[in-house]
Design a protein around this ligand. Structure first.
Ligand code: FAD
Length: 416
């Protein structure tokens, strides 16, 4: 079995698709090495194991909505796309989505996945409670009231147990309009960075770092914010007159509707439509999150790297994320900017460049996205996360024999 990008063959000795939590408990209790696997959208070996991979798509169970409390309880195998449709049909919504709805909720939350918006925390911020099967096979529910242990467990890199269900905060459904603007002047974007990224519910900048302008700005506004129609100009960038794909040469057919047409949150917040099944194996991804106050300086460094970066890039997306309190969240306690790189599938060249990018971003305390390609190891990452040691202790407490450990965790968590 390969991951979504096709750049990794999982080395698992076997794959199990349990149909109940009891079955998961039995499998985990009996296993020597085991790993939960979501929808396989990570670009590195985070979900790999030499033992058994446990896929939750057979777990079944429908989401359960408690509209009075504003909570939905979802089974561990559900994807954001499925959940979003269920919520919308019941008049509810989520605060944010990633660029792609096909990813599993449990896998996305475990890796600190995020969308964009200065006021929007990562997707994990919606989690109110989580149910895990621990290494012993015991089932444990952790809720916000459990304090620190909850905050340590929500973004858990698959190291703490198998998430069998999550309870997420929901809000009444809302409408969003999205407009793409083209050719934003780099100097202006850097000088007025906070204003640019704050001018909407979710703002993303798409660039390849080459030249004097940023190719596209994707701006999403909530209709309930009461703004008038989208302006024809955005910080000097011009409103696109036809739908756009982040890669200018690609058809926008697979992208969510643009041109300021209102639509439900689930059909505007992701960039790509749920009904479109993305092809495999044609891109790689890397992403670094760092304090937003350093955005302009960090982007200057990236522009200076353009002669090396640009030839390997399809495109880079610049987003913002509000701070949260999850110990291993890449936006832990810092309002962040995320520099995302969608690479051409040239992994050896990309991997050769990553140390240089990381060296350039190190002065800003850049934290890599756990699910994408990066070079840093545990010794580099530990100083970036104030609760790193606490997380290691938590993993040791709940998995003393290292059942959930794999080469990735040895490298980025326990090594060095
Ligand atoms: C096209 C594309 C677009 C993307 N867009 C974004 C984006 O907009 N923003 C962003 O931040 N990231 C983005 N990502 C990255 C993606 O969100 C993460 O890689 C996420 O982890 C994918 O979830 P998954 O279920 O596929 O994870 P997998 O790769 O299957 O697993 C990831 C980790 O989660 C663990 N895990 C999975 N299920 C469970 C479970 N039930 N219990 C415990 N642990 C579990 C695994 O063990 C592993 O450690 C994108 C990736 C792709 C391919």
């Amino acid at each position: 079995m390969k991951n979504w990008a096709g750049n990794l063959d999982y080395s698992a000795a076997g794959v199990e698709r349990p149909a109940s939590v009891e079955e998961i408990s039995e499998l985990v209790a009996a296993a020597e090495r085991v790993k939960p696997l979501g929808t396989r959208h990570c670009f590195n070996d985070i979900a790999d194991t030499s033992g058994t991979q446990i896929v939750l798509d057979g777990l079944g169970g429908a989401p359960e909505l408690d509209s009075a409390r504003g909570i939905v309880r979802v089974p561990g195998g559900i994807s954001y796309g499925e959940l979003a449709r269920f919520l919308e049909s019941n008049g509810f919504g989520l605060h944010n989505m990633a660029s792609l709805p096909h990813i599993s909720v449990a896998g996305a939350v475990q890796t600190g996945t995020h969308g964009s918006g200065v006021g929007n925390r990562g997707l994990a911020a919606a989690v109110k409670a989580v149910e895990l099967v621990r290494a012993s096979g015991e089932v444990q529910r952790l809720a916000e009231a459990d304090g620190e242990e909850f905050l340590g467990s929500v973004v858990g890199l698959g190291a703490l147990g198998i998430v069998t269900s999550l309870e997420l905060a929901v809000e009444p459904t809302y409408q969003v309009r999205q407009q793409v603007f083209e050719s934003l002047d780099w100097e202006r974007a850097l000088a007025e960075f906070d204003d640019v990224v704050s001018a909407g519910y979710s703002v993303s900048l798409f660039t390849d770092y080459y030249g004097d302008t940023i190719g596209q700005v994707w701006r999403k506004v909530r209709v309930d914010a009461g703004e008038g129609p989208a302006p024809s100009e955005f910080f000097g960038a011009q409103a696109a007159t036809r739908p756009r794909h982040p890669l200018p040469e690609m058809s926008a057919e697979n992208c969510t509707e643009q041109l300021d047409v209102p639509g439900p949150w689930l059909d505007r917040l992701p960039h790509f439509r749920h009904e479109f099944t993305p092809s495999n194996g044609d891109e790689l991804q890397t992403e670094y999150l760092l304090p937003r106050e350093h955005a302009a300086a960090a982007l200057e460094r990236m522009r200076a790297l353009s002669p090396k970066l640009t030839p390997l890039l399809f495109v880079s997306e610049i987003r913002t994320i509000a701070a949260d309190d999850f110990w291993l969240s890449p936006s832990y306690r810092q309002d962040s900017v995320a520099l995302h790189l969608t690479w051409k599938p040239r992994q050896p060249e990309v991997e050769a460049l990553l140390p240089e990018i990381e060296e350039n971003l190190a002065p800003f305390g850049a934290r890599p996205h756990w699910g994408k390609l990066f070079a840093a190891g545990a010794a580099d990452l530990a100083p970036l996360y104030p609760r790193f040691e606490d997380f290691r202790a938590l993993a040791g407490k709940h998995d003393p024999a290292g059942k959930f450990r794999n080469a990735y965790l040895e490298r980025v968590l326990f090594g060095g």
